[in-house]
Write a protein that binds this ligand. Structure first.
Ligand SMILES: *Cc1c(COP(=O)(O)O)cnc(C)c1O
Length: 442
């Protein structure tokens, strides 16, 4: 290992140096000539470099997972790049406690206009932070603060089996327990875990019914659990969970950090169930994936519980870069793209293309459970030892890199979540590589 950089979710003892990425454009990432990080003027040769330099696409990678689910319209959409440049010329950063700026005001108003809003309690307030994890932490704190300030101290959180909500201590607590958080387990708080509603939604709903009576909140990834393995469930179940929460007064938190901004075929996944959550978390696609920014939206009631003149009821959360103006300007440009460009048509077309490609795998015994929700497609490679630690995931990742494709399977679950600008021909490259992977590994 020649670099001091410690990468996320990376076992450095097993992986060589990381490819050096120099440019992004549309669905593509450009790698440095050797494909690897260069050391001063000379280029360090690394084991495995040859695999990349031999790759079709000549040192390019097709970004079939949208750079970890964030890039929506493609890399460096001109309107977003333009907005970032213009904002950097005007105001780079300002304290957000007691001050505001136009990009944050505009994004908040527009979000309130476009988020799911049926029902008696629309989302009315927008709290900014910097990542999906902080958006969820803020949601949990809002829920607890709501109950505390209302004089009814409910503290129980309910979450789904296989959930992923982030990597901070609070979000790990709400997420599934396993190898990823075992070392930190003593610090994690308990939550009530509902069985995943795959076959038996009755068990899920019964468990929710039993737990909701005195719960502060239920937190869910609507319609599809991302890091848990791209597991899907029906909109009808989502709607029933919301109804049950409402009946028992438990707040309903929708973590749309991954699903937001079109991934599931609608702007937000909650639309498909016709529900308005009490708290909504957004991040990844908020800036089109260009800069880190997150929001947590809540109802007027939750805001009001923090509104009294008693300073102890202030919402005590902040980060230094809350609502960074340049990130907000990028988000404003993203929202303009949704208004001005046929993004919904692109999503529909991408969903149809994904379905076509998946169809040829439905009869292939080497794959299990081909599934699709909106623009996201996933299928499980049938192998003897599919566990996350079995090493198949990294092996597959390397194999795909060798084919010029950026895919990063979750264990044996291969998923394709490309930017919406991906073409039919590019998608063919991805599925050709998946078929080749089955020839090699299954
Ligand atoms: C990615 C993700 C998060 C965490 O977001 P970060 O920006 O990585 O902190 C939270 N919830 C869901 C559903 C996610 O997919």
């Amino acid at each position: 290992m020649t670099s001091p950089v410690w990468h996320p979710f990376t076992q450095h003892a097993l992986q060589g140096d990381s490819p050096l990425v120099t440019r992004g454009e549309g669905s593509w990432l450009q790698l440095a000539p050797s494909g690897f990080r260069s050391e001063g003027a000379a280029t360090a040769a690394s084991p495995g470099a040859s695999a990349l330099s031999r790759a079709p696409g000549e040192g390019r990678l097709l970004d079939a997972i949208s750079s970890w689910w964030v890039i929506t319209h493609g890399h460096r959409h001109p309107k977003i790049v333009e907005a970032i440049k213009a904002q950097a010329d005007a105001l780079d950063q300002v304290i957000f406690a007691g001050f505001t700026h136009q990009p944050a005001e505009d994004v908040a108003r527009e979000l309130i206009r476009i988020v799911p809003s049926g029902g008696p309690a629309p989302l009315a307030h927008v709290f900014y932070s910097d990542s999906g994890s902080t958006a969820v932490e803020v949601a949990l704190k809002m829920a607890l603060g709501f109950w505390k300030n209302s004089g009814k101290p409910r503290t129980k959180i309910i979450a789904l089996e296989h959930a992923y909500h982030g990597d901070t201590v609070g979000t790990m607590s709400a997420g599934a327990r396993g190898v990823f958080n075992a070392p930190y387990d003593p610090l994690l708080f308990d939550v009530v875990r509902l069985p995943f509603p795959s076959h038996n939604a009755c068990a899920t709903l019964a468990a929710l019914e039993a737990a909701a009576k005195d719960a502060a909140a239920l937190i869910v990834e609507p319609l599809i659990l991302g890091a848990g393995g791209m597991l899907t469930y029906d909109a009808d179940i989502l709607r029933k969970m919301k109804t049950l929460c409402a009946r028992h007064g438990a707040l309903f938190i929708a973590d749309e950090v991954m699903t937001g901004f079109g991934r599931t075929g609608t702007l937000f996944a909650c639309e498909q169930a016709g529900i308005t959550p009490d708290i909504l978390c957004l991040a990844k696609g908020l800036t089109g994936g260009s800069l880190p920014l997150a929001v947590t939206l809540c109802t007027a009631e939750i805001f009001q519980a923090h509104y009294p003149t008693d300073r102890r009821r202030t919402f005590f959360h902040s980060s230094s870069f809350t609502a960074n103006p340049i990130a907000c300007a990028a988000a404003r440009a993203n929202l303009a793209i949704w208004r001005e460009e046929p993004v919904r048509d692109r999503i529909a077309a991408l969903g149809a293309r994904q379905e076509e490609r998946l169809a040829s795998f439905r009869a292939d015994p080497r794959f299990a459970r081909p599934r699709r929700l909106g623009t996201i497609a996933a299928l499980d490679l049938d192998v003897p030892d599919p566990g996350y630690l079995a090493g198949l995931g990294p092996e597959l990742t390397r194999f795909f890199h060798g084919h010029g494709i950026l895919l990063r399977p979750l264990g044996n679950t291969i998923y394709v979540m490309p930017p919406y600008c991906v073409t039919a021909a590019e998608l063919d490259l991805v599925y050709d590589a998946i078929r080749a992977a089955a020839d090699r590994f299954a």
